[in-house]
Structures are given as C-alpha cells and as structure tokens.
Design a binder for this molecule. Structure first.
Ligand code: NAD
Length: 497
C-alpha cells in the first residue's frame, strides 16, 4: 500500500496541491512505499507567508523560553527515538543503530542551541560618555535545503540554531526520505513551537527555486552535492540572501608506518563502509605511507571486507544496508567498472550482490581497490557508495600533498603514534576537519562543522557559534544621554577621540 505524504505548514500536515509527486522507495525491496508531494510556487509562497507572520512573536520571545521549548523537543525526540529510527531506516536504508546515531547527532545541536540566551549576547563598551552596544537579532524567515543521507541530523543542525535565534524556518528536505522531517515537525509543535514557526515543504527544484527567489526568505542553508551547492550559493547571492552551502567530499586517511594497523583497519572499515559509504565524512581513500605499510594494511582490509554483512536495515546483525535508490546503485557500479577500466586492482567487488528475500533491493557490497592513482575517476570524483580506494604514497610529504591538492576538502584523518607528525599534518593540510586517529572527525555540537574548497561555499560553518552568527544580524547602537554639556552642531565626521 503506497502512503501519500504531505507538507507541514502552520502547525499541521497539509496535502500537496500541485498534482506532482515523487516516489519514495523502500531500498531493501526496491518497491515504492510512499508518494511525496512536490510543492509548486504558490504552496511555497503560502508557507513563507505563514512563517513570516508567526516569526514576529517568536522572535520577540525571551530566548530562554525558546530554549526551554527546544529542550522539550529534545525530550520528545528521545521518547520517540525507536519509532523515528525505524522510519528513517525504512526510507534511507541505513541500519537501525546508525539511524539512532543520525538522530542523536541532530539533537545534540538542538541541546547546544537551547543555550541561546548566552549565544545571542552582544557586546558593550563605555566609550567615555557614549555607550556603544550590539545586539544579535533574528533574520526573519530562513530556509534549509537538505540531502537524503542524514534526514534527521542535518535538518536539526539547520533548524535548531535558526529557531533558537528567533527565526521561522522552512525546511525543504530530500524527496528521497521525507517522513522523518515531517515527524520532527509534529514534535516541534507538540513541544510548544508556535504554528508557522517550523514548516516542511516537500519538493524538488521548483520548490527550491521558489525559496531562493522569494524576498521574504532572508537566508538559505544548504547541504548536498557540490554542483547543487554552487547553484544554490550563487542564486541565493543574486537574490540578496545570506547563504551557506556545503557540498560533496573525498576524504583521505593517511596511515603512517608507525600507526596501529589493526586500529587503522577497523577505522577504515567502519568509516568507508558504514551507512554504505553514503556519508559526507566517509573515508573513501586510504593512503598508506610506504610499501610495507601498504602491503600489511591491504592484507588486513581484505580479510575484514570478507567478513562484512550487508543486509536489511532493521536486522541487527547487518553491518550496512542498501544504497538509497536504483540510480545510486547504477552510479556506484559504473564507478567500479571505471576503476577496473583505468587499471586499478579490484580486490573485492560489490556488484551483483543479492540478499535472500530482498531480491529487488538496491544492494552494493563492499568494494576494495588497490593501486589507485591520482588521475583515475574513482579517485578524483565522489562515489558516495561502499567503495574504498587504496592509493599508496611513497612518503609523508606525498601523502600530505594528495590530501591538500584534492578538489574536495571536507574531512581528513591521519593515523600515527607520532605527535609531531600529527601536529604538522593538522597544521598544513588544506581540509576543513581533521582527525588524529579518529576516522570520521565530525566536530561535536559546540564546535563548527564545515569543509573547504569544493566542499563548502560561504563564510560561516554549521552549528557551534557560527550557526548563531549565520542566523542573526548584528545591530550596533550608539547612545549618549544629555549631560548638560552642549557643544553646538558639528559638521565634521565623528571620530574615536
Ligand atoms: P543533492 O545535491 O542531490 O540534493 C540535496 C538537496 O538539493 C535536496 O533537497 C534536493 O531536493 C535538492 N536539489 C537537487 N537537485 C536540485 C536542483 N537541480 N535545484 C535545486 N535543488 C536541488 O544531494 P543528495 O544526493 O541528497 O545528498 C548527497 C550529497 O550531499 C553528497 O554529495 C554528499 O557528500 C553531500 N553531503 C554533504 C555534507 C556536508 O556537510 N558537506 C553532508 C551530507 C551530505
């Protein structure tokens, strides 16, 4: 039975009226499980109008009260964790435990954002008889456009700080897995977020363009692939909006000769194949330094890959589930073929995997390439699937250069026991987030998250203090009170002395 999904506007679910729908698949069976309405321009305009009205009182509310409502939301998410994680796994395909992690990393940012009274504080100076102070004010209506791979975490990274700062929020989630965002909207309402302050408009390019072009939308936060990030960034700027747009990735892990190879292999298996490689912080390139390190590492990886279990998302012993769509499976398999054609050594081939009882599912098994080189497409481009490439570096400087020269600069890791090497690497590498013996260095909520180069467009990062800078505008107020001293009109520019 195919469910029909809705939008969420003004505190309730509303049916789509455009007559256009997208299919939401069950990636474990390949069957369509729901239809999601794709909003037209008038539906977007209506949501924005409601949000604009609702924002006035929300923005004027004491931020501590807003924070309290957000903490209530966190409590409700925790109370409904299993239901949300099940829903997430069924549409995305990641395992139940991994779905819980997706939700957990999202609510950690909402918990951080509940500290809004502190994060919104301005500055004050007594400038010798003149008082100067600054305040941070909400922008008004802001929008978030989010990818399929973290349907809870990224909407919450965007909306938590935006709401805490007093904005109204329109979420345009991925059309691949919209059910969790819709449930989160209901929980926001249940927690006490006023109607119209948090809205979900489902859709595709048409809805996104309507948000980008609407002058009432003051800022757009985007996460997704690099070509779309660039499009959103430039279109938002052309319409006078603030934008932060995070794109694709190709994350390297450098394994130094002194590293604990067992630990490094565990880290590579978990970060390369977890969530079927559909994470922007997945490690997709292992760079062992020196032939001896490479030979030992590859032998260990080969053994571990054989033991991996790919299976249905809700079965507890599955290490990872299917990829999100048939198109994703086809793209990933195309890359595997291109690696073979380009001369890489295929040590494990994930193509043609069948899972008993789930024959139509979008399965791709763990794939391992050795002797990958810089010119190959499987190295240069983001595959976004369970494919790990080993690119052997003769020395540390070459390993560092590979990470720095790559077009993408989201995350990177070094595995070593040498503090000097780790410090040098962290200082010199041109990548936004660095892990030292940590494979997926996603910063905790009170630091900021953001990649460099083709992985991020815009000046400010997600979550942490940057999120409050992004979702507020600073107003500076200069005050003088009558003191009885009158100096008459002055026609020269006031200056500091
Ligand atoms: P995507 O770019 O296809 O879609 C992202 C969003 O943009 C969706 O809401 C989609 O509806 C919308 N969109 C798609 N095409 C559009 C168009 N032509 N015009 C306007 N809007 C459009 O990305 P995806 O496949 O959902 O997600 C995977 C990508 O996201 C990967 O590249 C991954 O690396 C990236 N990602 C990056 C980060 C990060 O923080 N850097 C985090 C997670 C995912």
């Amino acid at each position: 039975m195919v469910r029909e999904l809705s939008h969420y506007v003004d505190g309730q679910r509303v049916d789509g009226t455009s007559g256009r729908f997208g299919d939401v698949f069950d990636p474990c069976s390949g069957q369509v499980q729901a239809r999601v309405p794709l909003a037209g321009r008038d539906e977007v305009a209506n949501a924005v109008a409601n949000a604009e009205k609702a924002q006035v009182a929300w923005g004027a509310m004491n931020p501590q009260r807003r924070g309290r409502i957000l903490l209530k939301f966190v409590e409700l998410v925790n109370a409904n964790m299993d239901e949300l994680a099940t829903l997430l796994s069924k549409e995305h395909g990641k395992t139940f435990a991994d779905s819980k992690g997706d939700i957990q990393r999202g609510i950690e940012v909402v918990e951080f954002a509940a500290g809004a009274p502190h994060l919104l504080k301005g500055e004050f100076s007594d400038a010798g008889g003149i008082d100067v102070h600054s305040v941070r004010q909400p922008l008004g209506v802001v929008a978030g456009i989010t990818p399929f791979n973290f349907p809870a975490m990224i909407p919450l990274w965007k909306s938590g700080p935006a709401l805490a700062a007093g904005n109204a929020f329109i979420l345009k989630p991925s059309e691949r897995d919209p059910s969790v965002p819709l449930r989160l909207a209901e929980l926001f309402t249940e927690a006490g977020v006023p109607d119209g302050v948090f809205n979900v408009v489902n859709g595709d390019k048409e809805a996104v363009d309507a948000l980008l072009e609407d002058p009432r939308v003051k800022a757009v936060g985007f996460v997704g692939s690099t070509p779309i990030a660039q499009y959103i960034y430039s279109t938002a700027a052309a319409h006078g909006k603030r934008a932060q747009c995070f794109g694709g990735a190709k994350n390297h892990m450098v394994i130094m000769p002194d590293a604990d190879l067992e630990m490094a292999a565990d880290a590579l298996i978990g970060s390369g194949y977890g969530s079927a490689g559909e994470r922007c912080m997945a490690i997709s390139v292992a760079v062992p330094v020196g032939e001896e390190t490479a030979n030992k590492l590859v032998a260990t990886l080969q053994e571990r890959v054989k033991a991996l279990k790919v299976g249905p998302s809700l079965e507890p012993d599955s290490d990872f589930g299917p990829v999100v769509t048939a198109a994703a499976k086809e793209r990933i398999e195309g890359y595997i073929q291109s690696g073979i054609d380009d001369g890489a050594t295929l040590l494990a081939d994930g193509r043609g995997l069948e899972v008993d009882g789930h024959e139509g599912g979008f399965w791709v098994g763990p794939t391992l390439f050795d002797h990958v080189t810089k010119d190959m497409a499987i190295y240069r481009e983001e595959i976004f699937g369970p494919v790990l490439s080993v690119l052997r570096a003769p020395d540390y400087e070459e390993a560092l250069r590979l990470c720095t020269d790559h077009e993408y600069g989201n995350g990177v890791a070094i595995f070593t026991r040498d503090g000097d090497a780790a410090r040098d690497f962290a200082n010199r590498v041109q990548v936004g987030m660095v892990g030292v013996n940590v494979p997926i260095p996603v910063p905790i909520a009170y630091y900021t998250f953001g990649g460099w180069k083709a992985s991020g467009f815009g000046d400010l990062n997600q979550h942490g203090p940057d999120a409050f800078r992004f979702y507020t505008k600073t107003k500076t107020i200069t005050t003088r009170w009558p003191s009885g001293i009158r100096s008459g009109a002055s026609f020269i520019m006031p200056e500091g002395s």
